[in-house]
Design a protein around this ligand. Sequence first.
Ligand SMILES: [Zn+2]
Length: 88
Amino acid sequence: MTLCEPRWRLPVYPMSDELIDRLAQLEAALRDLIEHQIGLFGPGERGNAPGHLHVVPGTWDDDPFNGPLAGQPCAWCKRWAEISSLLV
Ligand SMILES: [Zn+2]
């Protein structure tokens, strides 16, 4: 049993105008952040976040500079993909 099963879901209540305004502000701030990053580094390529050039998209390259990060998922690329997909 998981918390996502229907019987564990809370009933849906209408959002307050204040919450709607705050969510709109959050969305605008995230869009500004994305545009700023794209302005600085370009749009990102092949699934990487702007400014990241991993050979395997979203994964730290296997080279001496990355040390123990090599082969590990890149947290920024992952977060970038998540946020970008939410704002489509
Ligand atoms: Zn990355």
